[in-house]
Design a protein around this ligand. Structure first.
Ligand code: FAD
Length: 460
């Protein structure tokens, strides 16, 4: 060991500004391939990856470096301490494992680069379709008809790697497909749902407008009947994947109130322009949509959608996924903090052995465990068909707020490393700022919960 360390001190770093860290990657040949070359190999093991051979603090830096880009592994300290698996049945855990494998194999290896260069890898949509994840909680029409808890676990695993991919499954399945499943005609369901479930068609959901997304009752987009067609004019903002979608669910005001339309995105007058200066969720795309004399036939109006309650019920589906998803980001952050603090030696001992760090970790863990239990409770209510929108607001408000707090605390545990892209923490922090805003901001959900408690409406 002494020889190794001396050798390290004499070497130049091969990249980055930390020569010690860089050279260690060159030198360390770890004798436990089960956890090192392919993170998915861990599925064969019931326990944690062995890090015993990394007991020395010097070599432990190599562990961290090795894990760069693979911070979510098949083993989670947070889940183990919680006894997470005991909450779920075999089918639910099957979906969890499938989503975890997909996230680790297909999203994680490139997510840092995707985030950096603002790249949406559209090929993954088809792959999620093959795995049955798109519209997975819808019954029939080629959809999996899985339980709400199973869907929640898929959201949890996707967001453990990156919010963008949980958001994509949400936009595609919980918003666009759910709108058709809930409010579409039989012909519309037959035409759009099976192809969307396979990932061959992609839909987006256009509700928010530039003048203020929190107040959709102030909708300026108008649809006017013209014979057996509708002519739609207006603008939408922040619409996920609108520039690559095949169809958009557009909500527009009519003389009879708000109605929903399936608008093929190649319809003349439909323009989607990506919002390019976004510093959050950079592995996904949101767009401004312009609608200029967009003509759609009556057959593309969602016949059962009447009033704002229709888009709100789709939003509740998506909010439900958020409740679970953000706990995935929280779990990933806690696992990074545990690993880092055990391996970071300060004042002659691991950071993990200091009381302040343990208090921070314990506080993060408590909120993670409570958040998962809340998600599970809400999932069970949804599966029982009794979930109310007030209860969804409790989950969305609490879990996003706590995930933001957990990730921020973890950032502090990592010190300066926490603000680098060597760790996924800043990426999660930036992503979660979007999540606390979309599908109803913190403030809007607080007002919903307040109304449920008091019977008093305080929005206006
Ligand atoms: C990354 C991202 C993806 C999105 N994807 C979609 C999508 O696919 N489809 C879609 O339709 N929309 C989407 N949205 C839009 C999103 O739903 C809106 O951003 C959200 O509703 C908030 O609207 P706003 O940004 O216009 O903020 P505003 O509504 O202008 O709110 C500004 C502030 O005012 C606060 N506020 C509002 N009302 C009150 C009140 N009564 N009392 C006190 N404070 C209040 C809000 O909480 C917020 O803090 C997305 C947004 C983002 C950021």
């Amino acid at each position: 060991m002494a020889q190794l360390v001396a050798h390290l001190h004499g070497m130049q770093g091969v990249r980055g500004s930390n020569p010690l860290r860089s050279t260690l990657i060159e030198i360390i040949r770890v004798p436990d391939p089960s956890t090192r070359n392919n993170p998915l190999d861990c599925f064969a093991h019931s326990g944690p990856p062995s890090t015993k051979s990394f007991a020395s603090p010097t070599i432990s830096i190599g562990v961290l470096e090795h894990r760069k880009g693979v911070f979510v592994s098949s083993f989670s300290t947070a889940e183990t301490v919680m006894g997470f698996d005991a909450l779920f049945n075999a089918e639910e855990l099957g979906w969890r494992d499938k989503a975890r494998k997909f996230s680790l194999e297909r999203i994680q290896p490139q997510i840092d680069e995707d985030f950096e260069i603002q790249r949406l890898r559209t090929e993954l949509i088809g792959e999620m379709g093959e795995l049955g994840m798109l519209g997975m909680h819808i019954e029939g029409y080629g959809c999996a008809g899985a339980s709400a808890v199973s869907y929640g676990l898929v959201c949890y695993e996707l967001e453990a790697v990156d919010t963008s991919w949980r958001t994509h499954i949400s936009v595609l399945g919980s918003l666009a497909m759910a709108a058709i499943a809930k409010f579409g005609s039989e012909e519309q369901k037959q035409e759009y749902l099976p192809a969307s479930a396979r990932g061959e068609l992609a839909g987006c959901f256009g509700l928010s407008e530039p003048q203020g997304g929190s107040d959709p009752s102030n909708m300026l987009t108008k649809a006017v009947k013209d014979g057996d067609h509708w002519v739609i004019n207006g603008a939408k903002r922040w619409i996920g994947i609108a520039n690559i979608a095949d169809y958009a669910i557009i909500w527009a005001d009519t003389e009879d109130g708000v109605r929903g339309f399936i608008v093929p995105t190649n319809t003349p007058g439909f323009t989607a322009t990506p919002i390019s200066n976004k510093l959050s969720m950079r592995a996904s795309i949101q767009c401004d949509i312009d609608l200029e004399n967009v003509r759609v036939p009556e057959s593309l109006r969602l016949p059962l959608a009447k009033g704002l309650g229709a888009p709100f019920s789709c939003l509740n589906e998506a909010r439900y996924g958020i409740v679970w998803g953000v706990m995935g980001a929280a779990r990933a952050a806690i696992d990074v903090a545990v690993t880092f603090s055990k391996e970071r030696i300060l004042f002659g001992k691991p950071l993990a052995a200091t009381q302040i760090t343990q208090t921070k970790l314990a506080d993060c863990f408590l909120e993670f465990e409570k958040g998962v239990l809340l998600s599970h409770h809400i999932g069970k209510l949804k599966d029982a068909g009794t979930l109310t929108h007030d209860q969804i607001s409790v989950g969305k408000l609490n879990n996003v707020r706590e995930a933001v707090g957990i990730v921020s605390t973890v950032r502090s545990i990592l010190g300066g490393n926490g603000v680098t892209a060597d760790y996924p923490i800043m990426r999660h922090m930036m992503n979660l700022e979007s999540v606390r805003t979309y599908e109803g901001t913190d403030e809007v959900h607080a007002l919903v919960v307040g109304r449920a408690l008091t019977g008093e409406e305080a929005f206006r």
